[in-house]
Design a protein around this ligand. Structure first.
Ligand code: ATP
Ligand code: MG
Length: 253
């Protein structure tokens, strides 16, 4: 029997009143695959991410992570099974250093009690792995700086470092380049590219250059339905995609 995919979404349906935001969606992410989800505003990308993360309950269908049915599992169970914990900017402790924030995320994975944190923030068992992750993400120079002093782009890098500290198998990213200038975006693409092979990724992104640079597979969502799925080349050439989504483009991609 073939090994179960990292993530398998089957027949997923999510309605908001009369609106069908996720419409019979099937989608898979293989181990260490970067699967990008693209589509116009309101297509249902964030709604899908919310259902996979466990923040939104689907009306029908199923979600499996490494073969386990997580459709009804709470967020923390999904994390224990390998879904990246979503550390948003709001969960970063601004007065703590960058290194301490990542060390806290390492501690969360190890399940230590937060009561011992006052000592743990200098515990090499936590700061060691945290430092390694910062080096990989390109934030080592900022390790001793309060997280509140980081630029917007560096903040987004820190979120990824904190997610990696939980040793996830699947990383969910909803518009990681949003609000970034070209330099910060390029840096983020390089960081995400550096994670290829280490972790699977479901990536929502409007920046098509970033998507084409990163994705092993691309699914195009329109009105909650997957209208096409394939490699970057297949998606670029797909007539329905060009019309529905890239239609206004000059075809230069
Ligand atoms: N909590 C909600 N209640 C009601 N309608 C919602 C809710 N969340 C999303 N929707 C609607 O569901 C549809 C899909 O929204 P969603 O945010 O998933 O789109 P998206 O593809 O992420 O768009 P964008 O590219 O603008 O981020 C939209 O029509 C949106 O208005
Ligand atoms: Mg969205």
């Amino acid at each position: 029997m073939a090994e179960a995919p990292l993530l398998a979404v089957n027949g997923l349906i999510k309605r908001f009143g009369g609106l069908v935001a996720t419409d019979q969606l099937d989608l898979e992410v293989g181990a260490a695959e970067v699967h990008a989800l693209i589509g116009p505003n309101g297509a249902g990308k964030t709604t899908l991410i919310g259902q996979v993360a466990g923040e939104l309950r689907p009306d029908a269908g199923s979600i499996h992570l490494t073969g386990r049915d997580i459709t009804a599992e709470p967020v923390h169970r999904r994390c224990a099974l390998g879904l990246a914990r979503s550390f948003q900017i709001t969960s970063v402790l601004r007065d703590f250093t960058v290194l301490e924030n990542v060390a806290l995320a390492v501690q969360a994975r190890l399940g230590h009690s937060f009561r011992f944190w006052r000592n743990a923030r200098r515990d090499p068992a936590l700061t060691g792995p945290a430092g390694d992750i910062l080096a990989q993400i390109g934030l080592a120079e900022r390790a001793g700086m309060p997280a509140g002093a980081l630029s917007h782009g560096e903040h987004r890098q820190l979120e990824i470092a904190m997610a990696l500290a939980t040793r996830p198998r699947l990383l969910l990213r909803d518009e990681p380049m949003a609000g970034m200038g070209p330099e910060e975006s390029a840096r983020m693409v390089e960081i995400l590219r550096g994670l290829k092979g280490q972790v699977g990724m479901l990536l929502v992104e409007h920046d098509m250059d970033a998507v084409f640079a990163l994705a092993d597979r691309i699914t195009v969502l329109v009105y909650g339905r997957a209208i096409a799925s394939g490699t970057a080349d297949e998606i670029r050439r797909h007539p329905d995609v060009r019309e529905a989504y890239l239609g206004h483009d000059d075809g230069a991609h």
